[in-house]
Design a protein around this ligand. Structure first.
Ligand code: GLN
Ligand code: ZN
Length: 765
C-alpha cells in the first residue's frame, strides 16, 4: 500500500549535540575530526530513528545550513573566500559566520576579514538560511563529494536512501544578485550541474531524489512558470526519478503547472487545507506518484488519526500504489523528541507530537491503510483519547475568555482623539525637548543578571533575594541613564530572559517545554513557547518593576511590553482556532497590562512588535487579511489609554515600504525602527507616504561592536530630518541593547545624547 517517507529530519540532536560540537570546534577546543564524528553519529542515529520508513532523507543534515551546503555543492562559492587554503569545512564556516581581520590567520591569502553571507528567513518559518549570492557572471561547477559520501554512508547502513535537495528554481529565487542582474538568467548554466548531479546519484544506485520547490506555493510571474517547464524538461532525461516537493502552502493557480512537469512524483502540503487534493488527483497523469503531507511538519500537535483516515482511505483506494505519505514538510521546524520532556504534565504531553512522534503517527496511518484500522486499534484508541481530551479540556477552553473576545468592539481599538489632538497633550505632560532621546528597552544582560535569574529558577536564590538583585540592577541602569542625560528612560529588562517567554510564563494558556529546541540558524536554537489554551492574565506582569523604576527618577519612565502579534508569531500556536482569535486573546491580556501600567502612573508605554512583518503570508493576495487582524490586535492592546499617555511601538527590521499603510494604521504615537545601516534611505518610504506620527529612526547599529560617533549620528539625523519633520523625530538605537556590553553602550549613548543637543541648537522650532 502507501509508501511512507520523510522530507527531512531535525539535525541538531535530542540534546543539541550538534550545537555543542560546533561551538567547541569554533572555540578551538575540539578538532575537525571530532566535529565530523559528531556529524556522522547524528546522521546515523537519525536514520535509525526513521528506519520504519520506505524512503529516508539523506542530505538534510548540515553543519550550518542546507542552502549553504547546496551553494558549495553547486560550486557557487563567494569570490571573497575563493583563495582559502585550509580545510573545505573551515571555508564553509567562513561564509556562514564571517571572519574578523584579527582572527583570519595565515591560512587565507586574502587581507582583512571575510564578510559573513547574508542570512534571511526560510519562507515563513523561523529558520534562517544563508542567501545564495549571484552576479551575472556566476558559473556553477559540481562539487558533490560531501553529499555522495553521505549517500554511501547511508547505503552502507542499509538505509533506503532518498537524497533531498532544494530544486534549481527555488535555489535561484531565494538568492540575491549582488549586481542587480536577474538570477533566472543563470538557469541555463545551473541546469547542467543539477543534471550531472542526478546522473552521479543514479550511478551510485539512487532511485529517487526529492527536489524541493516550495516557491510553487507562491505567486509566480509567467517567466518563472516557463522556467519550471524548461528546467524539468531538461532534467527529465536523468536516470533517477524525481519527487517534486512543494510545501508551506497550497499550489492553487500553480496546480496545472506542478501536475504536468515531467517528474515522477509530486508532494503536496495538506497541513493547512486540502483544497489542492481533489484537483491534483484529477490533473496528475496516472503514471505519477502523489505524495501527501498529512502530518503537520511545522506545529507540535498530535494528528487526529481517525479523522485523517476518514478522508484518506478513499483516496488510498483510488491511488493504490501511487500513494506516498509523509509529514507536510521537513521536520526541521519542530523539536526532535517528546520523550526528552520531563516537566510538562502528562495531559499536555498527550496532546503533543514532536518529530519522532510524527513519524510514529505516519506509521500508524500506513499500517491502518495496509492492514485495516483493527490492526492498530490500541494506537488509534490512544490517539482518539488524546484528541478528545484536548478538545474538551477546560485548560484549553475558558468560557470567560471566549466571552471577552466576543465582546470586542471596534471602539476598543480607537484612541479617544486623533494624533493631532493627542500630541500637544502628551507634550504638555511629558515636557520633552526637541529630538528626544530614548532606548528600545533592554540594557546589557550581564553574567551576574543571568546567573541570578538562573539561580532563582532552580531555587538556589529566594524570591526576595532575586527581587533585590533585579531592583539593584534597575537602579543602576536608571542612574546610568540619568547620568547620560537621556530623556525617556527604561527600566532595562534585567528580569527578562526573552521578550516572549517572559510574558508567556505569566499568562495562562502557555506552556514551556524543557528541550523543545528548534534550529534557528547555525548552532542557534530557539525554544518556542507552546500556546495551547485560551489566554488569561492572572495578575499584572510588569507593573511592579516599572513602578519601582519610575520611583528612581523624575524623568518619564517607559513601560515595556511585547505585542500580541509578536507573541503569536514566535510561538507554536493552536491549530483548533484561527490565528487571529489567538491573537485577539493575547491582545486583551496585553491591554489589561497597558491599562494597569497607566494606572500606576507610567505614561509612556512601548509595545514591541518585532515580528509583525514575519507573519505576512507567502502569497501577497493574503497579506491584507493578515495585516488587518494584526493591526486590529495591536490597536486593541494599545489604544485603551488616555490621550496624554504616549504609546510607542518598536520594529526591528527595515522593510516597510509595502506595509506602511498598516503600520500607520496602528496609530502608535511613536514608532522606533532599525535604520542605522540604511543611511536613513529607508525613511524615503515614510516621507512618500507622509507618515503622520513620531518616528525614532535607529542611529546605533546594535549588531555591531562599533560605537557611532557624534558626527555620524548628527549626520544620520540630518538625513532623517530631510525626510521627516524634525519636530516628529526621536533619537534612539536600532534595537535593544541586551547583547552589548556596558563599555560599548555607555559611550554610544553618550554620543547619542550629545548629538541630540547639537541638533537642538541648530534647530529653530
Ligand atoms: N524591548 C526589547 C529589547 O529592547 C525589544 C527587542 C526586539 O525588538 N527584538 O530588548
Ligand atoms: Zn528590535
Amino acid at each position: 500500500m502507501a509508501i511512507l517517507h520523510n522530507l527531512g529530519f531535525p539535525r541538531i540532536g535530542r540534546q543539541r549535540e550538534l550545537k555543542w560540537a560546533l561551538e567547541q570546534y569554533w572555540q578551538g577546543s575540539s578538532t575537525l575530526d571530532a566535529l565530523e564524528h559528531t556529524g556522522s553519529t547524528l546522521r546515523q542515529r537519525h536514520w535509525q530513528d526513521q528506519a520504519g520508513l520506505d524512503w529516508v532523507p539523506v542530505g538534510d543534515f548540515s553543519f550550518y545550513d542546507q542552502i549553504l551546503d547546496l551553494s558549495f555543492l553547486l560550486g557557487n562559492v563567494p569570490e571573497r573566500v575563493r583563495g582559502f587554503q585550509g580545510a573545505a569545512l573551515d571555508n564553509y564556516f567562513r561564509v556562514a559566520r564571517g571572519r574578523s581581520v584579527q582572527s583570519d590567520g595565515a591560512a587565507c591569502g586574502c587581507h582583512g576579514g571575510v564578510a559573513a553571507g547574508e542570512m534571511t528567513k526560510w519562507f515563513d518559518t523561523n529558520y534562517h538560511y544563508i542567501v545564495p549570492e549571484f552576479t551575472a557572471e556566476t558559473t556553477f561547477q559540481l562539487n558533490a563529494e560531501r553529499l555522495l559520501a553521505q549517500v554511501a554512508e547511508a547505503q552502507a547502513l542499509g538505509v533506503a536512501v532518498k537524497p533531498v535537495l532544494v530544486g534549481p528554481l527555488t535555489y535561484l529565487a531565494i538568492g540575491k544578485a549582488k549586481d542587480g542582474s536577474d538570477p533566472l538568467a543563470l538557469l541555463p548554466r545551473l541546469l547542467p550541474v543539477y543534471g550531472e548531479l542526478l546522473e552521479k546519484l543514479a550511478a551510485h544506485g539512487v532511485a529517487w531524489v526529492q527536489l524541493d520547490e516550495p516557491i510553487l506555493v507562491t505567486e509566480l510571474v509567467p517567466a518563472w512558470q516557463q522556467a519550471f517547464e524548461q528546467a524539468y524538461h531538461q532534467l527529465k532525461g536523468c536516470r533517477v526519478r524525481i519527487l517534486l516537493a512543494t510545501y508551506f502552502g497550497q499550489l492553487q493557480e500553480n496546480r496545472y503547472l506542478a501536475a504536468h512537469l515531467p517528474v515522477a512524483g509530486l508532494h503536496l502540503d495538506l497541513s493547512g487545507n486540502k483544497d489542492d487534493l481533489a484537483p491534483i488527483i484529477d490533473l496528475l497523469p496516472t503514471h505519477k506518484v502523489l505524495s501527501l503531507g498529512i502530518i503537520n511538519g511545522r506545529n507540535v500537535w498530535k494528528t487526529d488519526l481517525a479523522a485523517t483516515l476518514d478522508w484518506l482511505e478513499p483516496v488510498a483506494q483510488k491511488l493504490g500504489q501511487r500513494l506516498w505519505l509523509a509529514p507536510s514538510c521537513s521536520l526541521l521546524h519542530v523539536p526532535v523528541d517528546l520523550n526528552s520532556e520531563t516537566v510538562l504534565d502528562a495531559e499536555l504531553l498527550s496532546w503533543l507530537a514532536f518529530a519522532q512522534q510524527k513519524l510514529e503517527e505516519l506509521q500508524i496511518i500506513g499500517q491502518a491503510l495496509r492492514d485495516g484500522r483493527e490492526s492498530v486499534r490500541a494506537e488509534l484508541e490512544a490517539n482518539h483519547q488524546a484528541i478528545t481530551s484536548r478538545r474538551r479540556s477546560t485548560r484549553v477552553h475558558q468560557p470567560s475568555v471566549q466571552t471577552a473576545v466576543a465582546g470586542i468592539h471596534p471602539a476598543m481599538g480607537e484612541r479617544q482623539h486623533s494624533y493631532a489632538v493627542r500630541a500637544p497633550k502628551q507634550a504638555a505632560l511629558l515636557q520633552l525637548p526637541a529630538y528626544p532621546t530614548t532606548t528600545i528597552g533592554s540594557f546589557p544582560q550581564t553574567a551576574e543578571i543571568r546567573l541570578a535569574r538562573q539561580r532563582f529558577k532552580t531555587g538556589q536564590l529566594s524570591a526576595a533575594a532575586y527581587e533585590d538583585a533585579m531592583k539593584a540592577e534597575i537602579s543602576r541602569s536608571v542612574l546610568a541613564q540619568e547620568t547620560l542625560g537621556l530623556d525617556v528612560l527604561v527600566h532595562g529588562e534585567a528580569e527578562r530572559n526573552d521578550m516572549v517567554e517572559y510574558f508567556g510564563e505569566q499568562l495562562q494558556g502557555f506552556a514551556f517545554s524543557q528541550a523543545g529546541w528548534v534550529q534557528s540558524y547555525g548552532s542557534r536554537c530557539v525554544k518556542p513557547p507552546i500556546l495551547f489554551g485560551d489566554v488569561q492574565r492572572p495578575q499584572p506582569m510588569t507593573v511592579a518593576w516599572s513602578r519601582y523604576a519610575a520611583a528612581q527618577t523624575a524623568k518619564p519612565m517607559k513601560g515595556m511590553l511585547t505585542g500580541p502579534v509578536t507573541m503569536l508569531n514566535w510561538s507554536f500556536v493552536r491549530d483548533d482556532q484561527p490565528r487571529s482569535v489567538s491573537c485577539f486573546q493575547l491582545a486583551l491580556a496585553i491591554r489589561e497590562e497597558v491599562l494597569d501600567l497607566e494606572k500606576a502612573g507610567i505614561r509612556v508605554i512601548q509595545i514591541d512588535e518585532a515580528a509583525l512583518r514575519e507573519g505576512l503570508p507567502l502569497r501577497k493576495a493574503q497579506w491584507q487579511a493578515y495585516l488587518d487582524w494584526a493591526v486590529a490586535a495591536f490597536r486593541l492592546a494599545a489604544n485603551g489609554v488616555a490621550d496624554d499617555t504616549q504609546i510607542h511601538t518598536h520594529m526591528c527590521y527595515s522593510e516597510f515600504n509595502d506595509i506602511l499603510p498598516s503600520i500607520a494604521a496602528m496609530d502608535a504615537d511613536v514608532i522606533t525602527i532599525e535604520t542605522s545601516r540604511s543611511d536613513m534611505e529607508l525613511l524615503d518610504a515614510f516621507q512618500d507616504f507622509a507618515y503622520p506620527n513620531d518616528i525614532g529612526p535607529g542611529v546605533y547599529d546594535i549588531h555591531s561592536p562599533n560605537i557611532p560617533t557624534e558626527q555620524e549620528i548628527v549626520s544620520l539625523m540630518r538625513k532623517a530630518a530631510e525626510r521627516v519633520p524634525a519636530e516628529r523625530l526621536w533619537v534612539n538605537p536600532d534595537c535593544g541593547l541586551k547583547t552589548r556590553r556596558w563599555e560599548e553602550v555607555l559611550p554610544a549613548l553618550q554620543n547619542m545624547v550629545k548629538s541630540a543637543k547639537i541638533l537642538r541648537k541648530e534647530q529653530v522650532l
